[in-house]
Design a protein around this ligand. Structure first.
Ligand code: NAD
Length: 341
Protein backbone atom coordinates (compact mmCIF):
# COMPACT_ATOMS: atom_id res chain seq x y z
CA UNK A 1 0.00 0.00 0.00
CA UNK A 2 1.37 3.39 -1.02
CA UNK A 3 0.84 6.76 0.64
CA UNK A 4 0.98 9.51 -1.93
CA UNK A 5 1.38 13.26 -1.67
CA UNK A 6 0.13 14.76 -4.95
CA UNK A 7 1.03 18.41 -5.48
CA UNK A 8 -1.22 20.40 -7.82
CA UNK A 9 -3.93 17.75 -7.53
CA UNK A 10 -6.75 20.27 -7.98
CA UNK A 11 -5.44 21.22 -11.43
CA UNK A 12 -6.17 19.56 -14.75
CA UNK A 13 -3.71 16.66 -14.89
CA UNK A 14 -3.29 16.33 -11.13
CA UNK A 15 -7.03 15.82 -10.60
CA UNK A 16 -7.18 13.24 -13.38
CA UNK A 17 -4.21 11.46 -11.81
CA UNK A 18 -5.95 11.38 -8.40
CA UNK A 19 -9.10 9.85 -9.96
CA UNK A 20 -7.00 7.33 -11.90
CA UNK A 21 -5.02 6.37 -8.81
CA UNK A 22 -7.95 5.93 -6.41
CA UNK A 23 -9.84 3.91 -9.01
CA UNK A 24 -6.90 1.57 -9.67
CA UNK A 25 -5.41 1.44 -6.16
CA UNK A 26 -8.34 1.78 -3.75
CA UNK A 27 -6.24 0.67 -0.75
CA UNK A 28 -3.73 3.52 -1.17
CA UNK A 29 -3.88 6.85 0.65
CA UNK A 30 -3.79 10.11 -1.36
CA UNK A 31 -3.13 13.55 0.10
CA UNK A 32 -3.42 16.51 -2.29
CA UNK A 33 -1.47 19.71 -1.62
CA UNK A 34 -2.68 22.57 -3.81
CA UNK A 35 -2.58 26.36 -3.44
CA UNK A 36 -5.83 26.72 -5.45
CA UNK A 37 -4.46 29.37 -7.80
CA UNK A 38 -6.72 30.51 -10.67
CA UNK A 39 -5.97 27.11 -12.30
CA UNK A 40 -6.90 24.97 -9.31
CA UNK A 41 -10.50 23.98 -8.72
CA UNK A 42 -11.70 21.91 -5.76
CA UNK A 43 -14.71 20.81 -7.80
CA UNK A 44 -12.26 18.75 -9.90
CA UNK A 45 -11.87 16.54 -6.82
CA UNK A 46 -15.54 16.44 -5.81
CA UNK A 47 -16.04 12.77 -6.84
CA UNK A 48 -13.46 11.61 -4.24
CA UNK A 49 -13.72 14.29 -1.54
CA UNK A 50 -15.64 12.10 0.91
CA UNK A 51 -13.46 9.01 0.52
CA UNK A 52 -11.66 7.90 3.70
CA UNK A 53 -8.40 7.43 1.83
CA UNK A 54 -8.37 10.95 0.35
CA UNK A 55 -7.56 14.29 1.94
CA UNK A 56 -7.03 17.80 0.63
CA UNK A 57 -4.71 20.47 2.05
CA UNK A 58 -4.75 23.99 0.70
CA UNK A 59 -1.18 25.27 0.77
CA UNK A 60 1.85 26.37 -1.19
CA UNK A 61 4.69 24.05 -2.26
CA UNK A 62 7.08 26.93 -1.48
CA UNK A 63 6.43 26.37 2.25
CA UNK A 64 9.06 23.78 3.14
CA UNK A 65 7.84 23.41 6.74
CA UNK A 66 4.31 22.60 5.59
CA UNK A 67 5.55 20.00 3.11
CA UNK A 68 7.78 18.36 5.73
CA UNK A 69 4.93 18.16 8.22
CA UNK A 70 2.64 16.56 5.59
CA UNK A 71 5.30 13.99 4.67
CA UNK A 72 5.74 13.07 8.34
CA UNK A 73 2.12 13.30 9.49
CA UNK A 74 0.78 11.12 6.65
CA UNK A 75 3.84 8.85 6.51
CA UNK A 76 4.15 9.60 2.79
CA UNK A 77 6.38 7.32 0.69
CA UNK A 78 5.60 8.67 -2.80
CA UNK A 79 5.48 12.32 -3.86
CA UNK A 80 4.03 13.04 -7.31
CA UNK A 81 4.73 16.63 -8.26
CA UNK A 82 2.30 18.31 -10.68
CA UNK A 83 1.98 21.78 -9.09
CA UNK A 84 3.15 24.43 -11.52
CA UNK A 85 2.29 27.54 -13.40
CA UNK A 86 1.51 25.91 -16.72
CA UNK A 87 0.29 28.40 -19.33
CA UNK A 88 2.94 29.63 -21.79
CA UNK A 89 1.08 32.88 -22.61
CA UNK A 90 0.99 33.84 -18.92
CA UNK A 91 4.73 33.10 -18.63
CA UNK A 92 5.39 35.68 -21.34
CA UNK A 93 3.40 38.46 -19.66
CA UNK A 94 4.29 37.54 -16.05
CA UNK A 95 7.26 35.19 -15.62
CA UNK A 96 7.74 35.82 -11.86
CA UNK A 97 5.12 33.30 -10.73
CA UNK A 98 6.73 30.66 -12.98
CA UNK A 99 10.15 31.16 -11.42
CA UNK A 100 8.64 31.11 -7.93
CA UNK A 101 6.45 28.01 -8.22
CA UNK A 102 8.20 25.95 -10.89
CA UNK A 103 11.80 26.49 -9.76
CA UNK A 104 11.74 27.62 -6.11
CA UNK A 105 8.67 25.48 -5.36
CA UNK A 106 10.29 22.33 -6.78
CA UNK A 107 13.50 23.15 -4.90
CA UNK A 108 11.51 23.41 -1.65
CA UNK A 109 9.83 20.07 -2.25
CA UNK A 110 13.22 18.46 -2.89
CA UNK A 111 14.63 19.97 0.31
CA UNK A 112 11.61 18.77 2.30
CA UNK A 113 11.82 15.27 0.81
CA UNK A 114 15.55 15.03 1.54
CA UNK A 115 15.03 16.27 5.08
CA UNK A 116 12.28 13.76 5.89
CA UNK A 117 13.34 10.73 3.86
CA UNK A 118 17.14 10.97 4.12
CA UNK A 119 18.36 13.40 6.82
CA UNK A 120 15.72 12.89 9.52
CA UNK A 121 17.66 11.93 12.71
CA UNK A 122 14.91 9.38 13.49
CA UNK A 123 16.10 7.41 10.43
CA UNK A 124 19.70 7.18 11.69
CA UNK A 125 21.04 3.65 11.76
CA UNK A 126 18.00 2.25 9.90
CA UNK A 127 17.74 0.99 6.32
CA UNK A 128 16.93 3.90 3.96
CA UNK A 129 13.18 4.58 3.74
CA UNK A 130 11.62 3.28 0.50
CA UNK A 131 10.58 6.51 -1.17
CA UNK A 132 10.02 8.06 -4.59
CA UNK A 133 9.92 11.67 -5.75
CA UNK A 134 8.27 11.73 -9.19
CA UNK A 135 8.52 14.99 -11.11
CA UNK A 136 5.99 15.72 -13.87
CA UNK A 137 7.53 17.69 -16.71
CA UNK A 138 6.94 18.63 -20.30
CA UNK A 139 8.32 18.00 -23.79
CA UNK A 140 8.67 21.79 -24.14
CA UNK A 141 12.04 21.64 -22.32
CA UNK A 142 13.57 20.22 -25.51
CA UNK A 143 12.76 23.32 -27.59
CA UNK A 144 11.38 23.33 -31.10
CA UNK A 145 11.60 21.03 -34.14
CA UNK A 146 11.36 21.59 -37.87
CA UNK A 147 8.81 19.55 -39.82
CA UNK A 148 11.44 16.92 -40.70
CA UNK A 149 13.50 16.73 -37.49
CA UNK A 150 13.39 13.45 -35.57
CA UNK A 151 11.19 13.49 -32.44
CA UNK A 152 12.60 14.30 -29.00
CA UNK A 153 14.21 11.44 -27.09
CA UNK A 154 15.29 11.45 -23.45
CA UNK A 155 18.83 12.37 -24.59
CA UNK A 156 17.81 15.37 -26.73
CA UNK A 157 19.66 18.45 -25.42
CA UNK A 158 17.49 20.86 -23.46
CA UNK A 159 16.73 24.10 -25.37
CA UNK A 160 13.72 25.77 -23.68
CA UNK A 161 12.37 28.86 -25.46
CA UNK A 162 9.69 30.33 -23.16
CA UNK A 163 9.87 31.38 -19.51
CA UNK A 164 7.49 28.44 -18.85
CA UNK A 165 9.69 25.81 -20.49
CA UNK A 166 12.86 27.37 -19.03
CA UNK A 167 11.38 27.16 -15.53
CA UNK A 168 10.38 23.52 -16.09
CA UNK A 169 13.87 22.74 -17.47
CA UNK A 170 15.44 24.29 -14.36
CA UNK A 171 13.21 22.16 -12.13
CA UNK A 172 14.13 19.00 -14.09
CA UNK A 173 17.81 19.74 -13.50
CA UNK A 174 17.28 20.27 -9.77
CA UNK A 175 15.45 16.94 -9.50
CA UNK A 176 18.31 15.19 -11.31
CA UNK A 177 20.88 16.89 -9.05
CA UNK A 178 19.08 15.78 -5.87
CA UNK A 179 19.41 12.19 -7.04
CA UNK A 180 23.04 12.37 -8.08
CA UNK A 181 24.21 14.49 -5.13
CA UNK A 182 22.05 13.34 -2.23
CA UNK A 183 20.69 9.96 -3.31
CA UNK A 184 17.03 11.02 -3.39
CA UNK A 185 15.02 8.38 -5.30
CA UNK A 186 13.68 10.49 -8.16
CA UNK A 187 12.10 9.92 -11.56
CA UNK A 188 10.93 12.42 -14.17
CA UNK A 189 8.44 12.13 -17.02
CA UNK A 190 8.37 14.57 -19.95
CA UNK A 191 4.97 14.51 -21.58
CA UNK A 192 3.36 16.07 -24.65
CA UNK A 193 0.14 18.15 -24.71
CA UNK A 194 -2.72 16.64 -22.71
CA UNK A 195 -6.46 17.02 -23.28
CA UNK A 196 -9.51 15.65 -21.46
CA UNK A 197 -11.81 16.26 -18.48
CA UNK A 198 -11.19 19.26 -16.16
CA UNK A 199 -9.03 21.03 -18.74
CA UNK A 200 -8.90 24.77 -17.93
CA UNK A 201 -10.49 26.73 -20.79
CA UNK A 202 -7.47 28.98 -21.45
CA UNK A 203 -5.84 26.04 -23.29
CA UNK A 204 -6.58 25.39 -26.97
CA UNK A 205 -9.01 22.44 -26.95
CA UNK A 206 -11.34 23.52 -24.09
CA UNK A 207 -11.12 27.14 -25.30
CA UNK A 208 -12.39 26.16 -28.74
CA UNK A 209 -15.20 24.02 -27.29
CA UNK A 210 -16.42 26.69 -24.84
CA UNK A 211 -16.12 29.48 -27.42
CA UNK A 212 -18.28 27.50 -29.85
CA UNK A 213 -20.84 26.98 -27.06
CA UNK A 214 -20.96 30.78 -26.59
CA UNK A 215 -20.74 31.73 -30.28
CA UNK A 216 -17.39 33.48 -29.77
CA UNK A 217 -14.46 33.69 -32.19
CA UNK A 218 -11.93 30.86 -32.23
CA UNK A 219 -8.51 32.54 -32.04
CA UNK A 220 -5.67 30.74 -33.85
CA UNK A 221 -2.07 31.98 -33.53
CA UNK A 222 -0.15 32.96 -36.70
CA UNK A 223 -0.75 30.55 -39.59
CA UNK A 224 -2.07 27.82 -37.26
CA UNK A 225 0.54 25.36 -38.48
CA UNK A 226 2.27 24.88 -35.10
CA UNK A 227 2.40 21.13 -34.52
CA UNK A 228 1.80 19.44 -31.17
CA UNK A 229 1.51 15.83 -30.03
CA UNK A 230 -1.78 15.25 -28.14
CA UNK A 231 -2.38 12.66 -25.43
CA UNK A 232 -5.60 11.82 -23.58
CA UNK A 233 -4.94 12.85 -19.96
CA UNK A 234 -5.77 9.46 -18.43
CA UNK A 235 -3.00 7.97 -20.56
CA UNK A 236 -0.60 10.43 -18.94
CA UNK A 237 -1.70 9.16 -15.52
CA UNK A 238 -1.21 5.59 -16.77
CA UNK A 239 2.32 6.46 -17.98
CA UNK A 240 3.24 7.97 -14.60
CA UNK A 241 1.84 4.85 -12.91
CA UNK A 242 4.18 2.66 -15.00
CA UNK A 243 7.15 4.91 -14.23
CA UNK A 244 6.36 4.63 -10.50
CA UNK A 245 5.90 0.84 -10.63
CA UNK A 246 8.60 -0.18 -13.08
CA UNK A 247 10.74 2.87 -13.93
CA UNK A 248 14.36 3.05 -12.83
CA UNK A 249 15.28 5.54 -10.12
CA UNK A 250 17.21 8.53 -11.51
CA UNK A 251 15.83 8.05 -15.05
CA UNK A 252 13.65 10.24 -17.22
CA UNK A 253 10.87 8.88 -19.45
CA UNK A 254 9.13 10.52 -22.40
CA UNK A 255 5.35 10.04 -22.58
CA UNK A 256 3.52 10.87 -25.79
CA UNK A 257 0.52 10.02 -27.90
CA UNK A 258 2.24 9.46 -31.26
CA UNK A 259 -0.44 11.83 -32.48
CA UNK A 260 0.82 15.04 -34.13
CA UNK A 261 -1.66 17.70 -35.23
CA UNK A 262 -1.33 21.25 -36.52
CA UNK A 263 -3.32 23.64 -34.30
CA UNK A 264 -5.58 24.75 -37.15
CA UNK A 265 -6.45 21.15 -38.00
CA UNK A 266 -7.39 20.44 -34.37
CA UNK A 267 -9.67 23.48 -34.36
CA UNK A 268 -11.32 22.39 -37.62
CA UNK A 269 -11.74 18.86 -36.26
CA UNK A 270 -13.50 20.17 -33.13
CA UNK A 271 -15.81 22.35 -35.25
CA UNK A 272 -16.86 19.24 -37.18
CA UNK A 273 -17.35 17.18 -34.01
CA UNK A 274 -19.47 19.91 -32.42
CA UNK A 275 -21.65 20.05 -35.52
CA UNK A 276 -22.10 16.28 -35.38
CA UNK A 277 -22.91 16.36 -31.67
CA UNK A 278 -25.62 19.00 -32.18
CA UNK A 279 -27.02 17.13 -35.19
CA UNK A 280 -27.25 13.90 -33.15
CA UNK A 281 -28.72 15.35 -29.96
CA UNK A 282 -31.52 17.93 -30.17
CA UNK A 283 -31.37 18.60 -26.40
CA UNK A 284 -28.00 20.31 -26.95
CA UNK A 285 -29.58 23.08 -29.02
CA UNK A 286 -31.96 23.90 -26.16
CA UNK A 287 -29.18 23.86 -23.61
CA UNK A 288 -26.75 25.93 -25.72
CA UNK A 289 -28.84 28.18 -27.99
CA UNK A 290 -25.85 30.43 -28.78
CA UNK A 291 -23.87 27.43 -30.01
CA UNK A 292 -26.78 26.30 -32.10
CA UNK A 293 -26.72 29.70 -33.80
CA UNK A 294 -22.97 29.43 -34.42
CA UNK A 295 -23.26 25.94 -35.81
CA UNK A 296 -26.10 26.90 -38.12
CA UNK A 297 -23.82 29.55 -39.65
CA UNK A 298 -20.93 27.07 -40.27
CA UNK A 299 -18.90 26.69 -37.08
CA UNK A 300 -15.52 27.06 -38.80
CA UNK A 301 -16.44 30.63 -39.79
CA UNK A 302 -15.69 31.52 -36.13
CA UNK A 303 -11.97 30.79 -36.74
CA UNK A 304 -9.97 34.02 -36.53
CA UNK A 305 -6.22 34.20 -37.08
CA UNK A 306 -4.48 36.40 -34.48
CA UNK A 307 -0.91 37.68 -34.11
CA UNK A 308 1.47 34.84 -33.29
CA UNK A 309 2.82 34.33 -29.76
CA UNK A 310 6.40 35.68 -29.39
CA UNK A 311 8.96 32.87 -29.72
CA UNK A 312 6.21 30.36 -30.54
CA UNK A 313 7.76 26.88 -30.91
CA UNK A 314 6.92 25.40 -34.30
CA UNK A 315 6.75 21.71 -33.55
CA UNK A 316 7.00 19.29 -30.64
CA UNK A 317 7.14 15.54 -31.17
CA UNK A 318 7.87 12.79 -28.65
CA UNK A 319 9.82 9.62 -29.29
CA UNK A 320 8.57 7.38 -26.47
CA UNK A 321 10.48 4.24 -27.54
CA UNK A 322 12.29 3.96 -24.20
CA UNK A 323 9.04 4.16 -22.22
CA UNK A 324 7.44 1.54 -24.49
CA UNK A 325 10.42 -0.84 -24.45
CA UNK A 326 11.30 -0.57 -20.74
CA UNK A 327 7.85 -0.12 -19.21
CA UNK A 328 5.49 -1.54 -21.85
CA UNK A 329 3.77 1.84 -22.22
CA UNK A 330 1.33 2.26 -25.10
CA UNK A 331 -1.46 4.85 -24.85
CA UNK A 332 -4.83 3.13 -24.42
CA UNK A 333 -7.09 5.86 -25.82
CA UNK A 334 -7.09 6.69 -29.54
CA UNK A 335 -7.42 10.34 -30.54
CA UNK A 336 -10.78 9.63 -32.19
CA UNK A 337 -12.28 8.16 -29.00
CA UNK A 338 -10.57 10.61 -26.62
CA UNK A 339 -11.60 13.79 -28.42
CA UNK A 340 -15.16 12.52 -28.80
CA UNK A 341 -15.37 12.14 -25.01
P1 NAD B 1 -2.77 23.33 -14.17
O1 NAD B 1 -2.32 24.75 -14.38
O2 NAD B 1 -4.09 22.91 -14.68
O3 NAD B 1 -2.73 22.97 -12.62
C1 NAD B 1 -1.69 23.38 -11.77
C2 NAD B 1 -2.15 23.16 -10.34
O4 NAD B 1 -1.07 23.52 -9.48
C3 NAD B 1 -3.35 24.02 -9.94
O5 NAD B 1 -4.29 23.25 -9.23
C4 NAD B 1 -2.74 25.09 -9.06
O6 NAD B 1 -3.65 25.57 -8.05
C5 NAD B 1 -1.57 24.34 -8.44
N1 NAD B 1 -0.49 25.24 -8.01
C6 NAD B 1 0.07 26.24 -8.73
N2 NAD B 1 1.02 26.85 -8.00
C7 NAD B 1 1.07 26.21 -6.81
C8 NAD B 1 1.86 26.35 -5.66
N3 NAD B 1 2.82 27.30 -5.56
N4 NAD B 1 1.66 25.52 -4.60
C9 NAD B 1 0.70 24.54 -4.68
N5 NAD B 1 -0.09 24.37 -5.75
C10 NAD B 1 0.10 25.18 -6.81
O7 NAD B 1 -1.60 22.47 -14.81
P2 NAD B 1 -1.69 21.07 -15.58
O8 NAD B 1 -1.97 21.34 -17.00
O9 NAD B 1 -2.54 20.15 -14.81
O10 NAD B 1 -0.17 20.60 -15.47
C11 NAD B 1 0.28 19.84 -14.36
C12 NAD B 1 1.76 19.54 -14.53
O11 NAD B 1 1.97 18.81 -15.74
C13 NAD B 1 2.63 20.79 -14.63
O12 NAD B 1 3.84 20.55 -13.92
C14 NAD B 1 2.92 20.93 -16.12
O13 NAD B 1 4.16 21.56 -16.34
C15 NAD B 1 2.94 19.48 -16.55
N6 NAD B 1 2.57 19.22 -17.95
C16 NAD B 1 1.40 19.70 -18.45
C17 NAD B 1 1.03 19.40 -19.77
C18 NAD B 1 -0.28 19.86 -20.35
O14 NAD B 1 -0.58 19.55 -21.51
N7 NAD B 1 -1.13 20.55 -19.59
C19 NAD B 1 1.87 18.59 -20.56
C20 NAD B 1 3.06 18.12 -19.99
C21 NAD B 1 3.41 18.42 -18.69
Amino acid sequence: MKKLLVTGGAGFIGANFVHYWLKNYPDDQVVVLDALTYAGNLANLAPVQDQQNFSFVQGNICEQGLVESLLLEHDIDTLVHFAAESHVDRSITGPDAFIETNIIGTYNLLKAAKQVWIDNPQNAGKAPIEHRFHHVSTDEVYGTLSATDPAFTETTAYAPNSPYSASKAASDHLVRAYHHTYGLNVSTSNCSNNYGPYHFPEKLIPLVITNILHNKVLPVYGDGMQIRDWLYVEDHAYGIDLVLQKGKVGETYNIGGNNEWANIHIVQEICGLMEQAFANNSALAEKFPEAFAAIAQNTASLITYVQDRPGHDRRYAIDATKTRDELGYVPRESFATGIAK
